[in-house]
Design a protein around this ligand. Structure first.
Ligand code: GLY
Length: 407
């Protein structure tokens, strides 16, 4: 993944086979949970053959509870706002240990092109206001004073002061580094096992509702743990030994995302996140500290993990409608990844109930974060740490992983 990889990974053979918590999945969610547990003094390992190589690798990194609201996910708003509020302290703690994340507390500008876009954004603005969210309509002159490269074809604009962004690849690398360094300083086992998890180990061999006591890897190695957190996105339902009552319903929602290099002549192309509706199609442009911009993202449920030519075409076409100089940039990366979408687009987060009301001991689920993995990482970490410490916050019961019933 990055140059940090070799520093932070431990060889599988060197790995202690007993930890306090084994986290399956080293995307941004699994890493945030593991790091938070390590900070609380737990011996933690994350198990993943390709840390941060899934949806995290493609993510644009918008911390945007307000401008992502238009996807009609009112049920998620409280969780998204709570997580956004945790971000300053979360990043502050990472920065104290020397990890930079490309975080920018700059604003988001939302624009539309044609009259239907104007109407959709006005309707959205009404809904945002009804939900107490701060979104300010601004004049085109004001929008251009903030982002001079906006197209003359932009016909309406809004300002969202509190929707910021970071670089998810830096965030993941920082979390990996911080996780390992805490463990080393404390003399605790900690780090990354670069292997695929095959399944859960239960206290009673024939009973998948019995206490979870570890994780078995595909090569048969067993890592014993007091608690196991399942945070491996779309791979989670493939784990052997999940409780039979648990239907981890997820679908892959593929998306293309582009990286373009701005070059000195046009730098900085934009300074804030620019989101747009272009004849009904959403597109966003996110600036990075390294002089690149990220353009995303399509949403496809066609089961193809490959890059779609039509998707790349649409992103470039629509990004140019908003910022014409996009046509002059170098296209340096085209990536497609799948987001783990659930039936209600909310995460599967919490302990698993059995009939009779008790929970499957030793098991926490944290998957299905769909488009919001980066934004929701701090709150996922807080909720999972709370559950493992024995504290449950009833506000988040709506996301319990068993809400879709029996498989
Ligand atoms: N969170 C943005 C996306 O998934 O495209």
């Amino acid at each position: 993944m990055s140059e940090h990889e070799s520093e932070t990974a431990q060889s599988h053979d060197a790995w202690p086979r007993t930890v306090d918590v084994a986290v399956v999945g080293a995307g941004v969610i699994g890493l945030a949970i593991a790091w938070s547990l390590a900070r609380a003094g737990r011996a933690v390992c994350v198990i993943d053959p390709d840390p941060a190589g899934g949806a995290t690798f493609a993510a644009a990194g918008m911390l945007a509870p307000v401008s992502e609201f238009h996807y009609r996910e009112e049920n998620l708003l409280e969780l998204m706002l709570a997580s956004a509020a945790l971000y300053p302290a979360f990043l502050g703690a990472l920065s104290e240990v020397g990890c930079s994340t490309g975080y920018r507390a700059s604003e988001t500008i939302v624009v539309g092109i044609d009259s239907a876009d104007r109407q959709s954004l006005a309707d959205l603005h009404d809904a945002q206001q009804r939900n107490g969210l701060l979104v300010e309509p601004i004049t085109l002159r004001e929008a251009r004073s903030r982002e001079p490269m906006l197209s003359p074809g932009v016909s309406c604009a809004y300002r969202v002061r509190h929707d910021h962004h970071l670089d998810p690849r830096l965030l993941a690398a920082g979390l990996l580094k911080a996780l390992t360094s805490i463990a080393e300083q404390a003399g605790l086992p900690g780090g990354v096992v670069r292997q695929r998890a095959a399944g859960l180990i239960h206290a009673e061999v024939e009973d998948d509702d019995s206490m979870v006591v570890g994780v078995e890897l595909v090569d048969g190695t067993r890592i014993m743990a007091t608690e196991v957190v399942v945070a491996n996105g779309l791979s989670a339902p493939g784990l052997v030994g999940l409780p039979p009552s648990l239907a981890l319903s997820m679908r892959p929602v593929h998306g293309e995302i582009l990286r373009l290099s701005v070059g000195e002549r046009l730098h900085p192309l934009i300074t804030s996140t620019v989101r747009g509706l272009v004849r009904g199609e959403p597109v966003y442009l996110v600036p990075r500290d390294d002089g690149t911009i990220v353009v995303g993202a399509t949403q496809r449920e066609d089961d193809s993990a490959r890059v779609s030519a039509g998707g790349v075409y649409r992103l470039l076409r629509d990004a140019q409608e908003i910022v014409p100089a996009v046509a002059e940039l170098d296209l340096i990366e085209v990536t497609a990844r799948a987001r783990p979408g659930t039936p209600d687009n909310a995460p599967l987060l919490g302990r698993v109930a059995m009939s009779g009301g008790a929970h499957v001991a030793g098991l926490v689920i944290a998957t299905g974060f769909f488009r919001h993995g980066v934004l929701l990482a701090p709150i996922a970490a807080e909720i999972c740490c709370g559950l493992i410490e024995g504290a449950r916050d009833a506000r988040w019961d709506a996301y319990r992983p068993d809400r879709f019933g029996h498989s």
